[in-house]
Design a binder for this molecule. Sequence first.
Ligand SMILES: [Ca+2]
Ligand SMILES: [Ca+2]
Length: 502
Amino acid sequence: MKSCEILTRLAGIAVATSLTLTGCGSPGGSSSGEPSSSSSSSSSSSSSSSSSSSSSSSSSSSSSSSSSSSSSGGGIPAGSTLVYALNAGGAAVTAGGIQYNADRFATGGSPNSTTDTISGTDVGVLYQTERYGKYKYEIPVTNSSYSLKLRFVELFQTAANARLFSVTVEGQPVFTDLDLYTTVGHDKAYDVVVPPVQVADESLTIELTASIDNATISAVEVYSNTGGKFVEPPEPEPGAVVPSAGCGKARTVQDGRININVGGTNRSYILRTPSNYNNQTPYRLIFAYHWLGGNANQVAQGGQGGSTEDPFYGLWDLANNSTIFVAPEGLDSGWANTGGRDLALTDEILNQVQNGLCIDKSRIFATGFSYGAGMSNAIACARADVFRGVALYAGAQLSGCDGGTAPIAYFGAHGIFDSVLNISQGRSIRDRIARNNGCAATNAPEPARGSGTHICTSFQGCREGYPVRWCAFDGDHNPTEKDRGQAKSWIPGEAWQFISQF
Ligand SMILES: [Ca+2]
Ligand SMILES: [Ca+2]
């Protein structure tokens, strides 16, 4: 309710008209993602009497073709041992006597979950969470031979030909254009055993693509009968540079507006790289999200009648060619993030930019004003493992919060009499992150009304690498507030100091 009021209020001041406030009514917290088709609809089809713990397709047939075979015990070669298991789209869980790790090693895609009952299995919990989109897993293993059990379910579609997706393992097709609904129906487990595949690059690659809608997967089990082992990747040294795949290669993405298809929707973003871009230099990367009624161009250019005078909220100039910037374009001029669509956009841009340019993967940040701060908060909630930190100008929880329990570096600036998003909403995001970051209770004074100034506070006792800094100012809804009598805003300098400490 509250967020609806806010959105309506924001829409009132927006330039754009015809805004459909699709985010209303879902008060942030729940796990977003592929919008679950009415979680009631289908449990009827789970007339549970179906047979055993195994999946539905019973042909344990030949291995060569592109069609799948059922799991039911015979598929994994004799003498195999479990190397690694992960619960795609979900948390660590023990099911059927196997310990599944929380979803790891995926690039792209988004998690989604349902409470529907899953038929055709006795480990339904695995299927109640999925990762969907267009994405791949790279599971670190020794060079050896591996067979896999891949678990699937149609959680979302309720018609034939609504989802057609394909899976390869180490580039070899497992199946092509599978239609889960036609094959087994809605909410019914479907398992596929992949015969032994040789890994020669120390990374077991599972790639998921779709010709209609999105690919999906529920769980992965990796087995070997040739001594193959999982290799836990080393924790990167704090502060260590992590070069992206695009380092050392000719760039494949150019400055300006870039169109990008995200799960069938045409989206875009504006890219700006330093004029002296060098593909040997791993650059810091900053995503800058616009406000409601604003657009990527206003963020990237500054001015243009928007809320920030200088490019990328003033950070471009301060970065002095050290940083690559991205300004994504919202739908409906905002970031409702309905069904996780704007997180999916962020993932897709990240994928493209990391592959096409030389990025330091340990120094990726999100920033934005108002609705753009709401989106940055959604990223702090759901992508703390990918983003190093966020800088929120007048933030509130407007774009959901899927997760919200992992630590992430945080900077926030908020006006004490913000008439659009009350400062209490900014404080509550700050306090959630301070808790996650292990910060001690910290007195964060705010300036008096009429003082014409600001007060910044660094929280005490936060875990190393996860600072929290909060600046309250005597002002309203503004990402570039100036102290009384000053010609320039202090906010970009504070934000840049925060971001550039890493
Ligand atoms: Ca799962
Ligand atoms: Ca591989």
